[in-house]
Design a protein around this ligand. Structure first.
Ligand code: SAH
Ligand code: AVI
Length: 344
């Protein structure tokens, strides 16, 4: 069983052939966090909004559309690596749990479950964990239609502060794919990985996807696609805030802006005001002014090198077991285990 006893809600859903449960751990505190985070972010000298608020149902769908874009090489490159390694990873994988952090759509896990084969698959449990309830439900339903023998338990939780709900008694392979780790800043990613390591049993494993540094034109094109989907995704965060906080953002007052910041080795995504205006938050209790040209920082997407990954792993008390990448070295999947010296 999953460790924590008090989810806010336990919901049962139906896929074609069977029922599955989701446990929702996002509570009233999470709703208060949005108000606090947005107030803090929009009153800072460089305005910002934490990127975890991108992912309502529409944000999750827009991210899936991004993954299909020709410029967004990350998804297809990571999937090609997964296809290459899936058989080896899964051949002896039975009676264990696959816990996917920030699971999103089910595209990548399907590759691993396919490779597991039906007899091993019927002994596995897949635990998708995401802040987006709609993503967890839809991915689980879709997966059970393809693999009716699979056991699925959905978890709706914030992986930055609720990892303990994901502990189980069986050996776990944790997955943190898509370079979602790049959306955490350096110190957040180290404390996140330390926290994962602290929640790992000695035999657990962790597979992380990292987007690697590459020429600026390729990086910038991936975040400035020609169809404008990334721009829609970026502006969708304003609709999330409008709904959660009774705010009155007009998305057309902002332009999408994304560029590679070489010094910090990250793509930065911003929303730039295209006129002067003010916005009311929390049903008129707070008013924020925006000046034409001023930007609100909505996301960092860090790009890694082998050295930066090795440093981060060692700071988080994780040992690197295996390293997999595509022939161009654009993306890496790194397998880590808890450092045996982690408690000393
Ligand atoms: N792993 C998928 C999806 C990546 S998109 C892939 O590789 O394509 C990032 C996912 O992380 C989204 O589904 C989003 O809802 C989720 N997410 C972002 N911040 C989160 C948080 N703090 N806690 C839990 N899930 C989070
Ligand atoms: C989820 N995450 C890894 C994506 C990224 O590339 O940083 C989110 C994204 N933002 C813009 N495009 C995609």
């Amino acid at each position: 069983m999953v460790n924590m006893s008090n989810p806010r809600a336990v919901n049962t859903f139906k896929s074609k052939s069977q029922l599955f449960e989701t446990l929702n751990y996002l509570d009233r505190k999470h709703e208060n966090d949005i108000a606090r985070d947005v107030r803090e972010g929009l009153t800072a000298s460089q305005k910002y909004i934490p990127c975890k608020y991108f992912y309502d149902a529409r944000g999750s769908k827009l991210f899936e559309d991004i993954c299909r874009l020709p410029e967004y090489y990350l998804t297809r490159t990571e999937m090609s690596i997964l296809r290459d390694i899936a058989r080896d990873l899964m051949k002896t994988f039975a009676h264990q749990d696959l816990v996917e952090l920030g699971s999103g759509a089910n595209w990548k896990i399907r590759i691993l479950l396919d490779a597991a084969g039906e007899s091993n698959r019927s002994t596995l449990r897949y635990i998708p964990a995401d802040i987006s309830e709609s993503a967890v439900i839809e991915a689980s339903q879709g997966l059970l239609e393809i693999f009716p023998e699979l056991d699925v338990l959905g978890i709706v939780a914030d992986f930055t502060c609720q990892l303990e709900v994901l502990r189980t008694e069986r050996p776990i392979m944790f997955l943190f794919l898509g370079s979602t780790i790049g959306n955490l800043c350096e110190h957040e990613s180290i404390s996140f990985l330390q926290n994962v390591s602290d929640n790992m049993k000695p035999d657990d494993r962790l597979l992380i996807g990292f987007d690697m540094v590459k020429p600026r034109e390729i990086l910038e094109a991936a975040y400035n696609d020609s169809q404008g989907v990334t721009s829609e995704f970026n502006k969708n965060i304003l609709s999330v805030i409008n709904r959660a906080l009774g705010a009155d953002f007009n998305p057309s007052h902002f332009d999408h802006w994304a560029f590679f910041n070489e010094e910090h080795s990250r793509i930065e995504m911003h929303l730039r005001a295209n006129c002067d205006f003010s916005v009311k938050l929390e049903s008129n209790r707070v008013e924020i002014e925006f000046k034409k040209g001023e930007t609100t920082h909505t996301e960092n997407s860090r790009k890694f090198t082998r050295a930066s990954i090795e440093k981060m792993a060692s700071q988080a008390r994780l040992s690197i077991e295996n390293w997999y990448c595509d022939p161009d070295g654009w993306f890496s999947i790194v397998e880590m285990i808890p450092d045996p010296r982690r408690s000393s």
